[in-house]
Design a protein around this ligand. Structure first.
Ligand code: ADP
Length: 477
């Protein structure tokens, strides 16, 4: 699953605050507890020293009553649970506080053992209590006994508990603050970035009217403004392009219309010229000299050529202006029809024309017939000494059909592969191969009207293959 920027920013900030805050708080707990117990130990040893001072005389004179009084007074300190005063043998001679009486007994445990060899106070936390033990010495340093004081740990434990509670509450505050900071950061930075990414994707996808509403004075504001400007500029450029394309289509249509009207209207006077020149030759041919008759022949030939050119030009201009609605068209039937039209040329050249099974496409049947007629007609016409062999094939390539018309004729120098599709462009003189140079230009126009492309693959002397495409969209095969 892809996590969004906002979620990641919140999670990252939260984890960061939790880690840093948690480490600081954890370390504080550790230090705090240590301090509490160290302070307690110091106070305990100080209390024990004060008690030692108070029992010194009574122990020296072995005044047990006095000792009891002193101990009772010392017990006023609520932390003290028990006090034992011992003679030099470690035998308890006076005691006060909780627990079984130890009078007359030696104190056991590691503390009692260490106490006799140590010169200072020993302390140990054992059995849930804190024990302090040390020697009772006269001002001259001579030891007269030992003292053991047992403290309850309630007070330091309560302080440590308070500390832990405080730190726990601080942790909660930290978490809440971390959450708030994370959400705040997300709202301040991640949300605008997410909004901009969304808008940029929409603009990239073509919804150019999309705008980002973020207004701020930092880099994010500049970025938002730049994206808006980019979208506006692209919108402007696309509008200008659409206008240009519309203008181009209009002027193209006007031009086609002009070519159509011009070639159509030129036919009539041309027919008159041809007709009257032929009449002139017929009626007055015997009255004119040889030269005059030759001039009349040239004039008739020129007029006929012009008629041919104008007829082809008319055909060319009709592709765009007089095309029919597209309908399902069986290309196999179209090719069969083409062959019937071309039958005389095929027979005359002893050509073999074959074709594979061909699909049904959405198109203008008349124009498709014209297309195949021009291509197959050329394949038969531009032959060398051998009889022409022509094959029409078709295969589906993704979203379109790829048609191919292959011949074994004279071929085309690849450098002229594009030129031959331009109107009136011919590679041969009229004396060798008749024609006006319009056929392939018509083919190109027809294929483009069908949303396809046309091109040739050939080498001089090695035949030529003309390819063109027609979209498959939705037709049956
Ligand atoms: P036209 O055949 O009237 O000259 P086209 O536009 O049909 O006009 O063809 C243009 C030129 O392309 C032709 O003059 C010829 O030189 C070349 N051409 C077309 N078809 C072939 C072909 N199958 N083999 C060789 N050359 C060809």
């Amino acid at each position: 699953m892809k996590l969004g920027l906002r979620f990641r920013l919140i999670a990252f900030t939260f984890c960061l605050i939790l880690t840093v805050g948690g480490s600081i708080l954890g370390y504080s707990v550790y230090l705090g507890r240590d301090n509490i117990f160290n302070a307690f130990e110091r106070e305990a040893i100080e209390s024990a020293a004060v008690i030692t001072e108070s029992v010194l005389n009574d122990l020296y004179f072995f005044d047990l009553r006095g000792l009891d009084v002193r101990l009772a007074a010392a017990r006023a300190n609520t932390d003290i649970r028990r006090i034992d005063v011992m003679d030099l043998e470690g035998v308890v001679v006076a005691e006060t506080g909780k627990g079984d009486s130890r009078l007359g007994h030696q104190l056991g445990g590691p503390l009692a053992a260490g106490m006799r060899s140590a010169s200072t106070w020993l302390s140990i936390s054992e059995g849930g209590f804190f024990h302090v033990a040390g020697p009772v010495s006269m001002p001259d340093g001579s030891r007269i006994g030992y003292l053991h004081v047992e403290f309850a740990l309630d007070e330091p434990q309560a302080r440590a508990h308070h500390l832990a509670t405080g730190i726990f509450l601080m942790t909660l505050v930290c978490l809440a603050a971390g959450g708030a900071v994370a959400v705040g950061l997300s709202a301040r930075f991640a949300r605008p970035i997410v909004e901009m990414a969304h808008a940029a994707r929409q603009i990239g996808g073509g919804m150019l009217e999309t705008r980002i509403s973020i207004k701020r004075n930092d880099e994010l504001g500049v970025l938002a403004q730049s994206i808006n400007e980019l979208a506006a500029n692209r919108q402007k450029a696309e509008k200008a392009l659409a206008e240009k394309a519309e203008e181009l289509t209009r002027s193209n249509q006007e031009l086609e219309q002009f070519a159509y009207v011009a070639s159509h209207d030129l036919q009539e006077p041309l027919r008159m010229i041809t007709g009257y020149t032929q009449l002139l030759a017929k009626r007055y041919g015997d009255k004119l000299d040889q030269n005059a008759n030759e001039y009349i022949d040239y004039a008739v030939e020129g007029a006929k050529r012009m008629q041919g050119l104008i007829r082809d030009l008319l055909t060319y201009s009709r592709v765009g202006t007089r095309g029919k609605e597209f309908a399902l068209t069986d290309c196999e039937a179209v090719v069969a029809g083409t062959l019937r039209v071309l039958q005389p040329a095929i027979e005359e050249s002893a050509a073999t024309v074959t074709y594979d099974p061909l699909p049904t496409v959405m198109g203008d049947e008349t124009q498709l017939l014209q297309l195949f007629q021009n291509l197959i007609g050329n394949a038969v016409k531009y032959r060398d000494s051998k009889p022409p062999v022509v094959h029409v094939s078709c295969k589906q390539e993704g979203e379109h059909w790829l048609f191919s018309v292959r011949d074994n004729g004279i071929g085309i120098d690849p450098q002229y592969a594009n030129r031959i599709f331009v109107i009136f462009q011919r590679l041969h003189g009229r004396d060798k191969y008749a024609g006006t140079g319009i056929g392939l230009a018509v083919c190109k126009k027809i294929v483009e009207r069908h949303d396809g492309k046309i091109w040739v693959e050939s080498e001089l002397g090695k035949g030529a293959t003309f390819h063109f495409t027609i979209p498959t969209n939705g037709e049956r095969t």
